[in-house]
Design a protein around this ligand. Structure first.
Ligand SMILES: [Zn+2]
Length: 149
């Protein structure tokens, strides 16, 4: 027989509630800064973007130099010359598009929403950003966009 234990039980139940719950600290707001999860990697990712940008710039400058507009004597009428210019135009197109994505990504770092899918606002996985730092879409949106093509 333990009269002390029996007596303590109802007292604990009658304790005023509320104080214990209030000490729990909740994170401020349900939405944190979307970019915060990337904070430790942001410097690296930004560096990659800047590197990519200068690479694309060099590429575009190089393509402009071999545009074909300057060589209008021999190569313009040959298939090889035409093919080379077509390839150069395609590469330039891709480089320009990549440049636009890179600029957009750099701007979104400044704005604080880098790594956010432009279509559904989901987090783009870090693993993706480490390979394609200028990625604008999450994997599922990328997939549905390529399905449309
Ligand atoms: Zn998405």
């Amino acid at each position: 027989m333990k009269p002390d234990a029996d007596a303590a039980a109802p007292a604990a139940v009658l304790m005023p509630r509320g104080h214990a719950a209030e000490t729990q600290t909740q994170p401020t707001g349900p939405h944190r800064h979307p970019q915060d999860r990337l904070a430790p990697h942001l410097r690296t990712l930004r560096g990659m973007l800047l590197e990519q940008r200068s690479f694309r710039l060099e590429q575009l400058v190089g393509l402009r130099a071999t545009d074909g507009r300057t060589v209008d004597t021999d190569s313009t009428d040959t298939d090889a010359g035409r093919a080379r210019r077509e390839v150069a135009a395609l590469v330039a197109d891709g480089a320009r598009r990549a440049m636009a994505d890179i600029e957009l990504a750099l701007a979104s770092i400044v704005a604080g929403h880098y790594g956010c899918c432009h279509a559904c606002h989901a987090d783009i996985p870090l693993a993706v950003l480490e390979v394609i730092p200028q990625a604008r879409l999450c994997l599922s949106c990328q997939r549905s966009e390529s399905d449309l093509r």
